[in-house]
Structures are given as structure tokens and as C-alpha cells.
Design a protein around this ligand. Structure first.
Ligand code: OGA
Ligand code: NI
Length: 362
């Protein structure tokens, strides 16, 4: 039986502890958002005031062709200013993108018991984790989101351990998106003066993860967030969003894309993927490329899904600004650290914009 959602403890037990998620709460019939999900006014998202990011998607089929330089420039410019851009002709089949979205909806429609077996404390495998919000134990207001996260080690372990309902499409997505990720990194590194033969791309994408995010319909979208302000901690994130919209990025500095501090919406573009620069790229580039602060709103009309692939170095990797860049800049904005320490800090705090990067500041 559904608990009273006015009581914080029973809500927490139902949603987080028992793994019913926000989805379970919504399905039990809910006409208003419980207190635990009400964001303080400063974190609420005014959807009518945000501009849409009008930049057309970058055509990756032109990399390596006669227009290579122009396309490379577009990638660099977007990474230096917004830290977000969209791409088409990315090598991931468009019908696979459709299957991924359908599969995500099907998965989250499964009975709670089917998903709850992958809760962090009981999951049969350390590779798979099902959860809700980001760090529910630490958050003042919970995020209106359920997710499943699948770490990739190798094909055999993925086939054996990832939930079979979502395994095959997720693996195919990862497989087909990785050469694009490598090409993008190649462009970004070359622009920093790293010679292709010195490339450390293998190190930068050593770890990979496919997530499926589910944002149920929400009775009071103005009071809640799907994901609070954050940047992604890794190298590059590839994000498939559906047609609902509601993904916003903050402009870090005045630029051709808008004014500092302004939030712009990344509009859904059919067939496109969103690329998002993570904290590790900001550190390696000594601040030249910006990891993007972003967030997601909820809607009252339809549930939204998104499917990110996160890439990052191995937990034991030593991360520091690239010597080629520091030499040019004259000083390093970030210190050297072990990725595991950065991750520990990242995953033990509630989302708070780009505060995660303070850990690495010199
Ligand atoms: C994330 C994220 C955005 C989205 O999972 O880190 O920012 O559109 N997702 O769901
Ligand atoms: Ni993110």
C-alpha cells in the first residue's frame, strides 16, 4: 500500500528504500508534489524566461573531409564557450535512438520489484545500479528522477550482468557512439597542441557508463527539478534526449551564445545527440574548455527519458592540466589529483552547480 507522502520518513522508505522511485509514487495517485520534492525558489526553473539555443547541430560526417577545419572550429568554439553542442551524422543509427527511448520507457514501466533488485545495497552486480534522485541521503530537496546505471567493463560482463530488457540496445549504443567520442577528443586535444601520436584518448575514455533516466510526469513542475544544477564529472557525455524538452545550460561567460549567467534550453532535435564537456576536460585544458552547468525541468504532460553515455578515465588515473597548455598559459589553474578522490567528493555531495571543480583548484 502507498504510504502517506506527507510524512517524510515513510515517503523516503517507499521511494528510496523500497525502490518504488518517483514513478511508483506518481502511479499511486498524487495530486500535489510532496514537501520533500519542493525546491527552494532560487532553484526553480522559469521555463517561460529561458531562450532556446539556436545553434544548428554540427555535422560530424564532414570531419576528415574538405570541410574538416571548419567543423573542428565549431567543436572547439562550442567547447570553449558553452561546453554543450549537438551533433548529427554521428554514426549512431537513428533507428537505434528510437529503440533506446522506447526501451527506456518499457524498462521503467516494469513492476517496482523488477527494478528494485538493482538498488545499490542489494544489486547482484557492482556494474548495475538503480536509484532515484542523486544523493537522496544528502539532498535538501529530492530530484524528480529515477535512473538505472550500467558500467561497462567488457562485452562479456555486460551481457552477463546488465538487465536483459535493456542490455542489447544499450551495448549497441555504446559501441556505435565511441568512435565519435574519440574523434571529438582528437579535435579538442589537437587544438590544445597535443600531437596525435601523444594522444591519451584511451586513458580519457577508459571507463564508460550507460544510464537511462526517467522523469515521470509531475503535478507541479514549477516547484520541482528533474536534475538540479550540476556539471558532469567525466570526460565527454553523449546524451540522447527525447522530444519533450527541458534541458537547460548555463552560460558561463558572455559569448556569441548569450550573456553570462543566462540559462538557455537545448531544444530536442530529431536524430541528433547532445555532447557535453565534463569536468576532466576542463581540468586537462586548464580551463580553456568549459564543463557545462546544466539542469532539467519536469513537465506535467508527459514522462521524459534521456539516455547518457558517460566517459571518464580509470579511477586510479592521475589527472592534471596538460603540460603543453600550462607551458603556454604560464600557470596551472588545477592541481594534480587521483580521479578516485575527485569522484568520492563528487558523489558524496548534493548537486551544486560547478562546485565539484573546487576540489581540483590550485
Ligand atoms: C545527467 C544529465 C540530462 C538529461 O544525467 O547527468 O544531466 O537531459 N541528464 O536528462
Ligand atoms: Ni548531467
Amino acid at each position: 500500500m502507498a504510504p502517506s507522502f506527507d510524512d517524510g520518513n515513510s515517503l523516503f522508505n517507499f521511494v528510496v528504500g523500497d525502490g518504488n522511485g518517483v514513478k511508483g509514487m506518481v502511479d499511486s495517485g498524487l495530486s500535489t508534489v510532496p514537501q520533500a520534492y519542493m525546491q527552494p525558489p532560487i532553484e526553480r526553473i522559469d521555463k517561460d524566461r529561458a531562450r532556446k539555443h539556436g545553434q544548428p547541430p554540427i555535422d560530424l560526417s564532414k570531419l576528415g573531409g574538405p570541410e574538416h577545419e571548419e567543423v573542428a572550429k565549431q567543436i572547439v568554439r562550442a567547447s570553449e564557450s558553452l561546453g554543450f553542442f549537438q551533433v548529427v551524422n554521428h554514426g549512431v543509427p537513428v533507428d537505434l535512438l528510437e529503440s533506446l527511448k522506447d526501451t527506456a520507457h518499457d524498462f521503467f514501466s516494469l513492476p517496482a520489484e523488477k527494478k528494485a533488485v538493482y538498488r545499490a545495497d542489494v544489486s547482484p552486480t557492482p556494474l548495475v545500479k538503480y536509484g532515484t534522485s542523486f544523493v537522496p541521503q544528502k539532498e535538501k530537496a529530492l530530484e524528480w528522477k529515477d535512473y538505472i546505471s550500467m558500467q561497462y567493463t567488457n562485452d562479456a560482463e555486460a551481457l552477463q550482468n546488465w538487465p536483459e530488457e535493456i542490455r542489447d540496445v544499450s551495448l549497441e549504443y555504446l559501441r556505435t557512439s565511441m568512435s565519435m567520442v574519440r574523434n571529438l577528443l582528437q579535435v579538442l586535444l589537437e587544438n590544445l597542441g597535443v600531437k596525435p601520436e601523444d594522444s591519451m584518448i584511451d586513458v580519457l575514455v577508459d571507463k564508460k557508463m550507460v544510464n537511462m533516466n526517467y522523469y515521470p510526469t509531475c503535478p507541479n513542475p514549477d516547484l520541482t527539478v528533474g536534475v538540479g544544477r550540476h556539471s558532469d564529472m567525466g570526460t565527454l557525455t553523449i546524451l540522447l534526449q527525447d522530444g519533450i524538452g527541458g534541458l537547460y545550460v548555463k552560460i558561463e561567460e558572455d559569448s556569441e551564445f548569450g550573456k553570462k549567467g543566462e540559462w538557455v534550453e537545448i531544444p530536442p532535435v530529431p536524430g541528433a545527440l547532445v555532447i557535453n564537456v565534463g569536468d576532466m576536460i576542463q581540468v586537462l585544458s586548464n580551463g580553456k574548455y568549459k564543463s557545462a552547468e546544466h539542469r532539467v525541468r519536469t513537465t506535467s504532460t508527459k514522462s521524459r527519458v534521456s539516455i547518457p553515455v558517460f566517459t571518464m578515465p580509470n579511477a586510479t588515473a592521475k589527472i592534471a592540466p596538460l603540460p603543453e597548455v600550462v607551458e603556454k598559459d604560464g600557470n596551472a589553474l588545477y592541481k594534480e589529483f587521483i580521479l578516485a578522490d575527485y569522484m568520492k567528493n563528487f558523489f558524496s555531495n548534493a548537486h551544486d552547480g560547478k562546485k565539484s571543480l573546487d576540489f581540483a583548484k590550485n
